[in-house]
Unconditional design. Structure first.
Length: 134
């Protein structure tokens, strides 16, 4: 395993999920300055950046890691990513003015992530039901 990490921000997503892949492609298209490296959750850099969290926690959310190594997950990770993209940054600024914006962001993230396979006919390959039963 290589411990070399891409420079700058690193966004980790589930590359086995069609919805996640679609949203990743949108993020890449909106990252006009190429500030973010988009990497799969199951990659060598993810092992380095996210090695301190359990496999279940890693796969249950996307994660943004900043250049200092801080990890932002779930709704906060998506907000942080969107704040780096020129087209979505103004919307994030306005969204953060809302009271309890973090709670709202996490609830929205939870709603989408719990149904991420639905729009694509259950395409998400990550299934934690088996690991929860063991």
């Amino acid at each position: 395993m290589s411990n070399r990490l891409p420079v700058g921000y690193r966004f980790y997503w589930d590359d086995h999920c069609k919805l996640c892949n679609s949203l990743k492609r949108l993020g890449v298209a909106l990252d006009w300055s190429k500030r973010v490296a988009f990497l799969p959750l199951l990659s060598d850099p993810a092992d380095v950046d996210l090695g301190h969290i359990t496999f279940e926690e890693r796969m249950a959310s996307s994660h943004l890691v900043d250049p200092q190594g801080r990890v932002y997950s779930r709704g906060e990770g998506i907000l942080k990513l969107a704040s780096l993209l020129p087209l979505t940054a103004p919307f994030v600024f306005l969204f953060r003015l809302l009271p309890k914006h973090q709670v709202i962001a996490d609830k929205l993230y939870g709603l989408v992530s719990s149904h991420r396979g639905v729009p694509y006919g259950g395409s998400c390959k990550v299934d934690f039901s088996e690991s929860a039963e063991q």
